[in-house]
Each structure stands twice: as C-alpha cells, then as structure tokens.
Design a protein around this ligand. Structure first.
Ligand SMILES: C[S@@+](CC[C@H](N)C(=O)[O-])C[C@H]1O[C@@H](n2cnc3c(N)ncnc32)[C@H](O)[C@@H]1O
Length: 311
C-alpha cells in the first residue's frame, strides 16, 4: 500500500500490522523522514491519501493515487470534518467509481473508490503547474505555483509588506530567504539589489522548491529545515516564517530561526521578519539580538529588523 501525505505514523503502522508492505510519500521534510516532490511510481495494491488543506491539492494527490494503482484497485481519502472530508468526494478524478464512505467516527471519515479507467491528466507535477500574474510593486510577471504551496496563486499581504522593506543589496551580497515558498521574497530582493547579489532559498516543501527553481533559475535552493547547516555568512536573512505546525499556532520554527541566525549572519548582517503584530516576535528577537526595531506596521502585520553583535 502507498500512503500519501500523512506525517503521522498511525495508519502506516496499522497497515503494516495487517500484513501490508507500506510505502510512504510526503512533500514536506520532517525530522528523520525523507520527502520528495512526487510520489514513487507504482503499481501499488491500494493507496491511502491523507486529506490535505486545499481542494486543489486533494485533487492532485487523488490523481497521483489513481496513476499508481491498477484497474479495480481502491483509493482511499481520510480526514476530519473540519478539513472538508464530508464534501471531498468531488475531488476524486474521472476514472474512479463514485466514492463511498467506509467508516465515520469522531467527526472523521474514510472515503473509498475503485479505479475503472486511467485518470485524465498525465502523471507528474508538471500537469498541476499554475502560472499566474503576480505583482509585488514593480509590474506583473508570470509566477509559478503548484497546489498546496503557501499563498497559491496570489501575493500574501505579509509577504508584500516585507518586500516593501527590503534594502537594495550591494553587488556580492548574500541573501538567505528562510521558508522561501515559491521564491517571491528572494526574487523581489534580487530585483531591487545590484547585479551580482546571491540568493539562497531554504524550504521544507519539496514541491514549493520545484516552483522556486522555475521562478528563480539562478538561485541556490536548499531542501531543509534549519539555517544551522547552511554555508554562511549571509548579509541579510529574510523570512515570512511559518507560525503554525499543522493547524495549531506554533512559534517553534521562528524561535529556532532566531536562535540559529547569528551563526550564519555576517558581521553587521541583519534579519528581517514579518508576522502578525499580535505575536510576541519582539520578545523572541530580544533574547538573541541586542538591536531590534519595528520597521513597518500595516493592518495586522509588522516587519521587525534585528542585528547587532552576537551574544
Ligand atoms: C508563511 S510561508 C512563506 C512562503 C514565502 N516566503 C512567501 O512569502 O510567499 C512559510 C514557508 O515556510 C516553509 N517552512 C515551514 N517550516 C520550515 C522550516 N523549518 N524550514 C524551512 N522552511 C519551512 C513552509 O513550507 C512555507 O513555504
């Protein structure tokens, strides 16, 4: 069996206990687990898909699932009511029978459908490319997204505010975009800077990195979760950092980034962060950096700048 997109071990473990040989695929790098931008080729006897956040990502994963089973094999989609599982039957691709609910329990359910014809789209991430105009203030350009990446198809307002605060990088300067997504902040910084500035994009979503590689062909892309292992030094670190782990708010990634940033910042280097103003970002920055400043404040977002000697 193939399990798609589930970071938790429970289902793979239960399947293995009932005699299945289980292969797991995830797009996000998590501690000690591999990830990649597309599931391994089949065929598999059956596929289990964890309900993702967006409808388009659900359709993409179900398509990939259908391309990995033979005729008559079953595809399952499982998730909670708050994740939209009750109306998720519509995401099954043409070529599958009408999905049935196998089990409903504690506001969660499992849908299943058998395959009777090949799915309509070619198998591969390329067929899910979304190319749409994005304008961060210097004119619209075509930007590439894939289902499930952050702010798919649009410019996030926090990202836009950070972009307004970007300094002009001098020639030879090195920039790190932490949690780079499709690369919008790095692209805006390179556009504003002198020729010869260099950008490194760190991201844990392997699919977002494919988008970034298409959007910024010259940048250095790193699939990773921490700045600590990166080859610094960087003159500027920028980030619209994640403030959630799953659906719960979590500042752990911001805390790790701020703690590790001095280790890869050049002398005189700075960290620019954008986040919702209600979050205790100043407190986190002040633990590590002697100099912190609010440099923009609009609607519900703020941009903070931090730097100074290492502690
Ligand atoms: C708020 S989004 C910002 C994306 C992009 N910079 C933008 O502004 O459109 C945060 C990004 O951080 C990534 N991310 C989350 N945890 C990470 C980690 N530990 N290391 C690297 N990237 C991470 C997420 O996958 C997501 O793409």
């Amino acid at each position: 069996a193939l399990v798609l997109g589930d970071p938790a071990p429970h289902l793979p473990r239960a399947l293995a206990q009932t005699g299945y040989e289980v292969t797991r695929w995830r797009r996000h790098l998590t501690r000690g687990q591999l990830c990649s931008s597309w599931p391994p080729p089949g065929p598999f006897g059956e596929v289990w898909v964890r309900m993702p956040r967006s409808a388009l990502e659900a359709a993409m994963l179900l398509h990939a699932a259908a391309a990995r089973v033979g005729d008559g094999a079953r595809i399952h989609l499982y998730g909670a009511t708050r994740e939209g599982i009750r109306s998720a039957a519509r995401h099954f691709p043409d070529g599958t029978e009408a999905p049935v609910t196998l089990v409903t329990k504690r506001r969660c359910r499992v849908l299943a459908a058998a395959l009777h014809a090949p799915p309509p789209r070619p198998d591969g991430l390329e067929s899910w490319e979304i190319r749409t105009p994005v304008d961060w203030g210097t004119g619209a350009r075509h930007w590439i997204f894939y289902p499930g990446v952050f702010a798919c198809g649009r410019l996030d307002p926090a990202t836009a505010l950070l972009i307004e605060c970007l300094p002009a990088l001098p020639a030879g300067a090195r920039l790190l975009d932490f949690g780079a997504g499709t690369g919008i902040i790095a692209a805006a910084a390179l556009e504003r800077g002198a020729p010869g500035a260099e950008a490194v994009l760190l991201e844990r979503d392997a699919i977002a990195l494919v988008a970034a590689s298409r959007n910024l062909p010259g940048a250095t892309l790193v699939l990773g979760r921490s700045v600590a292992a990166l080859p610094g030094p960087f003159d500027l670190i920028v980030s619209n950092p994640p403030i959630h782990a799953g659906s719960a708010q979590s500042l752990h990634t911001v805390e790790d980034l701020v703690r590790e940033a001095p280790g890869v910042l050049a002398p005189g280097g700075r960290l620019l962060l954008v986040a919702q103003r209600r979050l205790p970002i100043p407190r986190i920055l002040e633990r590590t950096f002697p100099l912190t400043n609010t440099i923009a404040d609009r609607e519900s977002f703020r941009v903070w700048e931090a730097g100074g000697r290492r502690r």
